[in-house]
Design a protein around this ligand. Structure first.
Ligand code: ADP
Length: 481
């Protein structure tokens, strides 16, 4: 599939954008994980440590109040004990939801059970007057409190460890994200460079090829650009380049044809003039006035032909550069055609070709440059005579416009050799001659090009219909005056 420059650049950059997007999602996910771990470390573990520490302190205080009570039997101490016990129990219950994991849960269960036994023990001892029981309690309590403190310490240590572990994990994630970011940024830079390099290569390589081919064309080798691996726009440019190259090749061929043809057109009369003038100069026919007069006629005719050819070339360049001066006047088309026919009738007579024209009544006048219109008619009738064999005919016809203001159509039909369909397209191009060098009929290849310029300058158009070996009809249209 061929992509345009924009599409291939977009494909490359979209890939990079997709990568950046997926990397963004990865960073967002990792940062979220990091924030969760930090929250656990700072919010949960630190809280657990703090509460466990506070519970240990409270327990020690409770034991000291309890001892004071046993010694003094002062009920205020017992009331204080009860108050502190309540605070202890509340703090302990605030610890419960923060604990997770088997080991801390076991320690918490121990703390709950032992603190319960401890407070029960104190209350039982207060209500119990049995001194023997009191002595047992006394010895058990220290052990129970030690176990309680040990369990609280266990919770504290496990949480401390968990917090350290979380901090370590956070550091690890931060480092991982940092290195991934560095690696990704490097990959992105390399990928962008590769995309730019590939895109540039896909554009620069054909440009270099274009440069080479253009140089070849300048050197006269009309090369084509075949099979190009390039973006769509450049492929289209290559197609246009090939069309241009073909056209230039054709123009080059036309130029060569023309030079050979023109040299033939100019050289033939010039050679005839030179030969005739040399013979006259040498006095070869001094004793033969008839032959001498024939030679002078040849010189005169060839001079006329030469002037005619040079004038055609000058006319065409003036028309092409829009420097032709047209003098438009209202004219009768019947008269114009009749004048052109009478000028060409000697040639028709010599060639034994019939000239037919039926003047049309009520034809609207046309506004034309009469000299140019004569040239146009003579070019068309002259061609028709030139390319029609003896015994044939050339017929002129004028179609009066069906509606007022519509164009008049004039046609010149011959029964000559006709034109092949492939040549009909470019027959109006200058220097275009179908004979291609081995012509038997003299011509400049400018007549139809000049005819087209004249018709266009009058606001009409010119076209041809023809059938090989049957004849041709040249049509042109003119607006009414
Ligand atoms: P030229 O001076 O060579 O006739 P034109 O421009 O008048 O130049 O004509 C170009 C070519 O068109 C001619 O070489 C000829 O091959 C062809 N052509 C023109 N008119 C006719 C026609 N009536 N019948 C056949 N071919 C024609």
């Amino acid at each position: 599939m061929r992509l345009t420059i924009f599409q291939s650049l977009m494909a490359g950059y979209l890939t990079i954008m997709l990568l950046v997007l997926s990397f963004g999602s990865y960073v967002a996910f990792e940062l979220n994980r990091l924030s969760h771990i930090s929250h656990l470390a700072a919010g949960v573990d630190s809280n657990v440590i703090q509460i466990a520490e506070s519970l240990s302190t409270r327990l020690r205080l409770l034991v000291s109040i309890e001892k004071k009570y046993w010694i003094s039997k002062d009920t205020d101490f017992f009331l204080l004990f009860t108050k502190r016990q309540k605070e202890f129990s509340e703090e302990l219950s605030s610890l419960e939801p923060l604990i997770s994991g088997t080991e801390p849960n076991n320690s918490l269960r121990t703390v709950l059970a032992l603190s319960h036994s401890y407070f029960n023990g104190v209350n039982n001892r207060k209500n119990d007057v049995d001194t023997a029981h009191s002595a047992i309690y006394e010895s058990n309590r220290d052990e129970l409190v030690e176990t309680l403190l040990y369990s609280l310490n266990q919770i504290e240590q496990v949480s401390d460890k968990a917090r350290d572990e979380k901090i370590r994990k956070s550091e690890m994630i931060s480092k991982e994200v940092l290195w991934t970011t560095i690696a990704f940024a490097t990959a992105c830079i390399i990928l962008s460079l590769i995309v730019s390099l590939l895109a540039t290569k896909r554009i620069v390589r054909p440009i270099v090829l274009f440069q080479r081919k253009t140089r070849e064309i300048a050197a006269g080798n009309f090369a084509r650009i075949e099979e190009l691996q390039a973006p769509l726009e450049i492929c289209h440019l290559a197609d246009e380049f090939n069309i241009m190259s073909e056209r230039l090749q054709e123009l080059d061929r036309l130029k060569e044809d023309y030079i050979s043809h023109l040299s033939h057109t100019l050289r033939t009369p010039l050679t005839a003039i030179r030969e005739a003038s040399e013979m006259l100069n040498d006095g070869i026919f001094d004793d033969d006035p008839k032959s001498k007069s024939q030679l002078i006629t040849i010189v005169r005719d060839e001079c006329k032909r030469l002037i005619f050819s040079v004038n055609r070339i000058l006319d065409l360049s003036r028309m092409e550069s829009k420097m032709m001066d047209y003098q438009f006047v209202d004219s009768d088309l019947n008269e114009l055609i009749q004048t052109a026919l009478s000028r060409l009738s000697p040639i028709a007579h010599t060639k034994n070709v019939r000239l037919n024209f039926e003047p049309k009544a009520d034809l609207p006048h046309v506004r034309v440059d009469t000299d140019q219109l004569h040239q146009l008619l003579e070019n068309l009738i002259g061609n028709a005579l030139k390319y029609t064999d003896p015994g044939g005919s050339v017929t002129l016809n004028v179609e009066a416009p069906k509606t007022a203001g519509a164009l008049l159509h004039i046609s010149v039909t011959d029964t000559g050799r006709g034109i092949e369909p492939q040549n009909l397209q470019n027959i109006f191009e200058k220097f275009r001659r179908i004979e291609k060098g081995k012509e038997t009929t003299r011509g400049s290849g400018l007549g139809l090009a000049i005819a087209q310029h004249i018709v266009k300058a009058h606001g009409g158009s010119i076209w041809v219909e023809s059938k090989k070996s049957y004849g041709s009809t040249f049509y042109f249209s003119l607006p009414p005056a």
